[in-house]
Ligand binder design. Sequence first.
Ligand SMILES: Cc1cc2nc3c(=O)[nH]c(=O)nc-3n(C[C@H](O)[C@H](O)[C@H](O)COP(=O)(O)OP(=O)(O)OC[C@H]3O[C@@H](n4cnc5c(N)ncnc54)[C@H](O)[C@@H]3O)c2cc1C
Length: 324
Amino acid sequence: MANSVTQRAGHAENLANKPGGRDQAAKICKGLGVKNPPFAYHRPETLDEALLLLAQIGEEAKIMSGGQSLLPVMAIRLGQPENIIDISQIRGLDSIETESDIVMFGALVTHSQAEASPVTRDSVPLLHKAMPYIGHRAIRNRGTLCGSLAHADPAAELPAVALALDAELIAASTDGARFIAAEDFFSGFLSTTLQQNELLVGVRFHQAPAGMLTSVQELSRRHGDFALVGLTCVLQLSSDGLVDSAALSFFGVASTPSRATQAEQSLVGSRPTTELFEEIANMVSNELDPPSDTHASANYRKHAAGVLTKRALADCMSQTGVLT
Ligand SMILES: Cc1cc2nc3c(=O)[nH]c(=O)nc-3n(C[C@H](O)[C@H](O)[C@H](O)COP(=O)(O)OP(=O)(O)OC[C@H]3O[C@@H](n4cnc5c(N)ncnc54)[C@H](O)[C@@H]3O)c2cc1C
């Protein structure tokens, strides 16, 4: 019996890869109780081949890197791409490279690889601190940084990290490559400004300047769950101890990652004190306009965002040993 199921699944796979064969493949899959809808599967071995496939197939194609978000999305039928272009076997996309003050993570760098890299720890500490919050070890072993950014889940950590650090995303197509600033990349719930014929080949971060203070705070029901509310925070102090620059980049509070720009502006030029942080936390709660859903109400999220802000700012200052 097991053999017959295997044979029927193989037959469905063959049909799905033939023009016009998807409907029949779908019927076979349904009969077998298969979780994902049928799709044609492509596994290019070079970037050029992948870009050509994307250009040829167009809207019906989806890139797959680690599959940790795409496959669950397909399993619940939130997306049913007719073609999957699996880029996991393309060589040369899994490196972490440093050039002058830039650190570049290639498209296939996994969360675990980035987490274990001393380059991430030393040069992009905010990214390093965010890693343990992403799902669980098994997910981090397969999921990629670029996959997370392209997926653009508003409750995910990495889009907020990219926004806080003014990261640049590198998109490639058969027409060439272009750089997209993180603030121009996230356009809505699970949506980005990537064009249909483009794939992300990497993401670039500036190396953290000396004295950069960073913190990641989040509230979730259980460790590894997506955040109800989360915050990635960056502070830079001037030599006289005032706040020189600040980034408060939230996740789980809107359809995209969002910075609390008014609160950031109020921090700049101020002396960091617990009283100031209390004020900033209140400003954040007023500035953000989170949604209510089955996980938490808007008011709860506003309050939690304020609490996390205080924690993040105090955590940053604890790295200097100074808080008046
Ligand atoms: C149980 C569970 C818990 C999780 N918890 C968290 C969590 O707490 N926080 C968190 O941030 N994430 C979480 N994730 C998601 C995880 O981080 C994924 O690894 C990540 O979001 C997507 O990476 P991927 O490489 O698996 O992408 P894939 O699943 O392969 O792709 C995701 C999407 O991005 C597109 N895509 C992928 N790579 C590229 C590329 N190079 N160029 C263009 N488009 C591309 C795909 O077409 C697809 O639309 C969780 C996942 C699971 C299953």
